[in-house]
Design a protein around this ligand. Structure first.
Ligand code: HSE
Length: 293
């Protein structure tokens, strides 16, 4: 029998929560997995150019890790995947593939590992827990991964919270966007982020949407990544003037994400601001409203 899973995209960091906060978004990857006589991998959708369809495929390899972890022999697999999540844009496409492959192999193999164990394995693969945690648990998650164990708490997103993503027409690898970060940061920047990230988590948990405006500021990664995404500084600085509750680089970028309170009704203004700011830099960006998932 085939196992089918559907996994949401995710946005990591939410500004100050570098490698700690993530939110699932209602854009999905779907994976179908069954045992077969011979491994066969089929990819559907326009997002899939350049992804291998042999045993070097990420989904196949991650499934292998799950079987290995559960002490089970790895069978030949038939894998079908299609995804609406743009690749290498900061919306957690690789995390969704990892989580989808783990969840599918977990069910197919009968290993039935608990979600927390899948979270541990996935965090170890990604080296940070924010995207995989959101894709695995849904909603908003606050988490850490210390190299050995991953822990999280899930926060139910406020029903009026919605997200606008502006996906620029260029790719930026997480690896590159992490290489520009410093090895050490000043204590005052660390303190700045702890304060803002704590306030953001509390505001999200308490449903105090207005407080998000004050909380979505970051000194640990966005300032260093700004040079990689033209237009980003202006969007972070001015999005609130156009109706955003706050804005951030989505994960390692280059996608920008702005949050809004549905009841304020300023969606069009905000969308135009993001698109035009990118356009002024000579960058076409596709904008799209998403809901926390
Ligand atoms: N927290 C990670 C980063 C997310 O910002 O590098 C990358 O997907």
């Amino acid at each position: 029998a085939a196992v089918r899973v559907r996994v949401p995209a995710s946005t990591a960091n939410l500004g100050p929560g570098f490698d700690a906060l993530g939110m699932a978004l209602d854009l999905y990857a779907r994976i179908e997995m069954s045992e077969a006589d011979r491994t066969q991998i089929e990819l559907f959708g326009s997002n899939m150019q350049g992804i291998p369809t042999d045993k070097t495929n990420l989904i196949y390899k991650v499934a292998g890790t799950l079987y290995h972890h559960a002490g089970l022999p790895m069978p030949e697999l038939s894998i079908r995947m299609d995804s609406d999540i743009p690749l290498t844009r900061g919306l957690g496409s690789s995390a969704s593939a990892i989580v989808g492959a783990l969840a599918a192999a977990n069910a197919l193999s009968g290993a039935d590992l608990p979600p927390d164990e899948l979270f541990q394995i996935a965090s170890g693969m990604e080296k940070h827990p924010d995207n995989v945690g959101a894709s695995l648990f849904g909603g908003i998650i606050a988490a850490y991964w210390d190299g050995h164990e991953a822990k999280h708490v899930r926060i139910e997103p406020h029903e009026r919270l919605e997200a606008l993503v502006a996906v620029p027409a260029f790719q930026l690898s997480t690896e590159h966007a992490r290489r520009v970060l410093p090895d050490q940061v000043p204590m005052k920047d660390a303190v700045f982020n702890i304060g803002h990230s704590s306030l953001l988590v509390a505001a999200l948990a308490a449903g105090e949407l207005g407080m998000i405006r004050h909380a979505m500021k970051d000194a640990l990664h966005q300032p260093y990544r700004a040079a990689l995404v033209p237009g980003m500084e202006k969007i972070l600085r001015e999005a609130a003037d156009h109706g955003a509750l706050g804005a951030a680089l989505s994960g390692a970028g280059p996608t920008l994400i702005a949050f809004a309170d549905k009841s304020e009704g300023r969606q069009e203004e905000l969308e135009a601001f993001l698109r035009e700011t990118f356009r002024a830099e000579g960058i076409e960006a596709e904008t799209r409203w998403l809901r926390p998932s």
